[in-house]
Design a protein around this ligand. Structure first.
Ligand code: C2E
Ligand code: MG
Ligand code: MG
Ligand code: MG
Length: 289
């Protein structure tokens, strides 16, 4: 976990005025006396094949433990970071951490696939494609092990440049997932134009689908659409068994959510995997409404 401390500078989320673009020589920012910036680290949430219960991969999620505020909401962190050069450093750090982690898992005999999230800004330059290719080569990680989750909002700003970056990553062999599907704009156009491997149904629809028939209808239609286009479909925010059964009945490939596991640090994930037993197979009856 020592390597999971961010070395790229301190996000100025609490108005401390630290220059976020100046990397410190001490790789453990939080260890410096008087500049307790806390820790930036990655958590990993398992993604489970719905039909078999098999763990198919993990999503890497950023966590910042602030010395006074405790865990900071990642969306807040990203929103603030995106307004400055911090985002670039943050993404660099995320890519490094996740690829290094994949190499470690590989060495330990764990053939996990990891998905990481990228921000709006990151896709407007080809840097990220170069950086990912470089890291994969350096750590000897197969590109197929890595997946990138992009949000629809991210695609809007400059679609052509974003498409160029995504196409490069696709050519390298890195899978692309469209995240938070249904919450952005021009979703259907993106499905048609981008070299996607996967669609992720946004948790706002999944969370309510067991109670709300509209949410359920949206989730089912999304699954059907994705399948018709030959894409893998993953649901996020599965919190109970009923939702899991409904997703199974609807033909969803994989899911992640508190019903299976919360996001956790890499060391905990290894222990979780060792304990994990696939849930009992689903019976013959399919859940209707
Ligand atoms: P996301 O990529 O859509 O990630 C899924 C979110 O759903 C995560 O929130 C995860 O913790 C949460 N989640 C998973 N299962 C459940 C569940 O059963 N119930 C509920 N209520 N929530 C569940 P998290 O970790 O707070 O991250 C929020 C967002 O922040 C992410 O949404 C992503 O857009 C962004 N983010 C996180 N890490 C990174 C990162 O490294 N880079 C970038 N650019 N964005 C990141
Ligand atoms: Mg995501
Ligand atoms: Mg999402
Ligand atoms: Mg989100």
């Amino acid at each position: 976990a020592g390597g999971a401390v961010w070395s790229g500078g301190q996000p100025d989320l609490d108005g401390s005025g630290a220059d976020p673009t100046t990397p410190t020589t001490d790789s453990r920012v939080g260890a410096e006396p008087g500049t307790d910036a806390g820790e930036i680290m990655m958590y990993y949430q398992p993604q489970i094949a719905i039909a078999t219960g098999e763990v198919v991969g993990v999503e890497a999620l950023l966590r910042w433990r602030h010395p006074r505020r405790g865990m900071v909401d990642p969306e807040e962190l990203i929103r603030v970071a995106e307004q400055s050069a911090v985002m670039r450093l943050l993404t660099r750090r995320v890519v490094d951490d996740v690829v290094e982690q994949l190499a470690k898992w590989s060495a330990a005999g764990l053939g996990l696939r990891a998905a990481l999230n990228v921000s709006v800004r990151d896709l407007h330059t080809c840097d990220i494609a170069d950086q990912i290719a470089d890291r994969l080569a350096r750590y000897g990680v197969a590109p197929e092990r890595l997946q990138l989750e992009i949000t629809e909002g991210a695609l809007m700003a400059d679609p052509r440049r974003v498409l160029t970056t995504i196409t490069r990553l696709h050519r390298i062999g890195v899978g692309i997932a469209l995240d938070d599907f249904g919450t952005g704009y021009s979703s259907l156009q993106h499905l048609r134009r981008l070299p996607l491997a996967e669609v992720k149904v946004d948790r706002s629809f999944v969370l309510g689908m067991a109670e709300d028939s509209d949410d359920a209808a949206i989730v089912r239609s999304t699954i059907e659409l994705a399948k018709a286009l030959g894409l893998r479909v993953v649901a996020e925010g599965v919190e109970d068994e009923r939702t899991w059964r409904m997703l199974h009945a609807a033909g969803c490939d994989a899911a992640q959510g508190w019903f299976y596991a919360r996001p956790m640090p890499a060391e905990e994930l290894v222990a979780w995997l060792a304990r994990y037993r696939p849930l009992r197979p689903l019976g013959g009856h399919d859940e209707a409404e």
